[in-house]
Design a protein around this ligand. Structure first.
Ligand code: NAD
Length: 523
């Protein structure tokens, strides 16, 4: 039986925020040791309850164990551990680059908590996208209100129970609910809001935040395309693309949404996809029945929406296409000859359907992408450096990845975020820490500085005005005109030729010295 998620009474929500503000004011999170204690507790909260998390993810999303571990539990622990390992270094005040004018005033950047923050998370990776940002916010010294998704009742209930048990409730609280509860949360003032979800709701969040001038980060989605170079490693490409589409039944913000493939390569590509599909799911019965073999859509409404996109497509189904609405199941489905106006191109699919859109060549593929919203991720499969750099340099997206799909948000040290309609701001690792941190400028200026800067004080005189010019930076050389917009500049060309000449001369000299210069022989 499905778990009933207990919603937080709307009238108690303001009180929760007040208690979290008091938790921040108590100053306990000024102690880095206390933050690290909370982070360590968070790690053990997941580790001790791994099986329960796997069960709840299976109940909510039909998640196979492998996907729970690889895409949710291990990255969540990894993210908390990164915060734990980084917090000492990241929270230390840092010095700005040396500046002669200001060095004496001891300028310093203090990395301070913003205060009490709100994290609104989505259903699709309910653990990773809740626990990961939560860790960043705690590491940065904030108290946190977490609003998990109501669409994953088992996992949200479990997180509510465990957070109350493992973490300091002055520091973290969970608010559960749907639109009325989130609307109440958004009426309140926060010191930062991280929202992960759809662009439609993001506009509601951004509008509410603007009323309080609350800084926000929006992690959104959209249609992430794949460009195929016929000279790619086809086997690897089809495995990685299909896997990126089938994990979590396609409900991944960075899932490959559609594939742009040269017209004359479409059938070969689709044939290779079909072979991979047969390898992934060798037993035809398993496709629709075995629990844990393939994730389910999150709700009957989500299933109906994705099934509707498939019913209305004008493309040709290559394989898949089975829909079992009662079990929220849609088979991995590839549809070829999909046109730009097709139902499958009308919105982010967020389901296991993969449309193949034929184009003439890479230039048309790039144009196709640039005519649409900047995607959260853009993938290219090619072995050719020129092809890859053409795609990398000719487009804009949250991330751009060659020969891989889906796993880059978990890569240590890389920022995760969108651009334009796929969102703004970045998170994971130090980027999360920085998102929840106020970079507070500070100075401590000794009295003797006024021996040098006393000219700033009134009464103003011409001599004093002239003295201000000593503060002006040294200027760059005045340009003689705009530089060439493409190609190597003449300046670099000259240096290159000179370096080449020196190298050649050097080589000749040393070979002559060694007597090893072999002259052509005319026999
Ligand atoms: P959603 O926008 O429906 O819900 C996200 C959160 O917003 C939930 O907690 C929900 O309770 C709340 N919410 C929903 N309607 C609201 C309203 N009217 N007012 C206030 N709050 C409201 O998103 P979802 O369906 O859970 O997630 C799927 C979307 O999230 C996809 O578009 C996906 O691409 C995107 N996503 C983005 C990232 C990323 O990091 N960029 C990660 C995961 C998912």
């Amino acid at each position: 039986m499905a778990t009933q998620l207990v919603y937080t009474p709307v009238e108690s929500i303001e009180g929760i925020r007040t208690e979290l503000r008091a938790g921040f004011a108590s100053g306990k999170l000024k102690s880095i040791a206390y933050r690290k204690y909370q982070l360590t507790q968070l790690i053990y909260m997941i580790k001790d309850n791994m099986t329960r998390f796997e069960e709840s993810l299976n109940a909510d999303l039909g998640r196979p164990v492998l996907e729970c571990r690889m895409l949710e539990i291990i990255p969540s622990i990894g993210e908390v551990a990164e915060q734990l390992n980084g917090v000492d270094k990241w929270s230390k005040p840092t010095k700005p680059p040396f500046s002669l004018n200001f060095a004496a005033m001891r300028p310093l950047i203090r990395h301070e908590a913003k205060g009490t923050v709100l994290i609104i998370s989505p259903f699709n990776y309910p653990v990773w996208l809740s626990i990961g940002p939560l860790a960043g916010a705690i590491a940065a010294g904030n108290t946190v209100c977490l609003k998990p998704s109501e669409s994953t009742p088992a996992t949200s209930s479990l997180m509510t129970e465990l957070i109350a048990k493992y973490l300091d409730n002055d520091v973290v609280r969970v608010v559960n609910g749907a639109i009325p509860e989130t609307t109440k949360l958004l009426e309140l003032q926060w010191d930062h809001i991280l929202y992960t979800g759809t662009g439609r709701v993001a506009k509601i969040v951004a509008t509410a935040a603007a009323k309080h001038l609350t800084p926000i980060t929006l992690e959104l989605g959209g249609k992430s395309p794949v460009i195929i170079d016929p000279a790619c490693d086809l086997k690897t490409a089809t495995k990685r693309i299909l896997w990126g589409k089938v994990v979590n039944a396609g409900q991944t913000c960075v899932a490959p949404d559609y594939v742009l493939v040269p017209k004359d390569f479409q059938d070969k590509f689709v044939g290779a996809l079909k072979e991979t599909y047969e390898e992934f799911y060798p037993d035809p019965d398993k496709r629709s029945s075995a629990p844990g073999a393939f994730s389910r859509l999150v709700t009957p409404q989500a299933t109906a929406r994705v099934a509707g996109l498939l019913e209305r497509t004008q493309g040709t189904i290559v394989f898949g296409g089975e829909v079992d609405k009662e079990n929220k199941y849609i088979a991995p489905t590839v549809v070829k000859d999909v046109g730009p106006g097709d139902s499958l191109m009308s919105e982010e699919i967020f389901g296991p359907l993969l449309p193949i859109v034929p184009v003439e060549n890479v230039d048309e593929a790039i144009k196709f992408i640039n005519e649409r919203d900047h995607p959260l991720a853009l993938y290219v499969f090619s072995q050719d450096e020129q092809f890859k750099s053409k795609v990398f340099n000719g487009t804009q997206s949250g991330a751009v990845v060659a020969n891989e799909t889906v796993i880059h948000p978990g890569a240590d040290g890389l920022p995760f975020g969108g651009v334009g309609p796929s969102g703004y701001g970045m998170h994971t690792g130090k980027y999360s820490f920085d998102m929840f941190t106020h970079q507070r400028a500070s100075m401590d200026s000794p009295g003797w500085v006024d021996y040098i800067l006393k000219f700033r004080f009134p009464p103003y005189t011409t001599n004093k005005s002239d003295a201000t010019l000593r503060l002006m930076r040294s200027l760059p050389t005045r340009p003689t005109g705009p530089p060439a917009l493409s190609g190597t500049s003449k300046w670099w060309g000259k240096w290159f030729l000179l370096a080449l000449a020196v190298a050649v001369a050097g080589g000749l000299t040393s070979r002559l010295k060694m007597g090893s210069l072999s002259l052509p022989s005319f026999k």
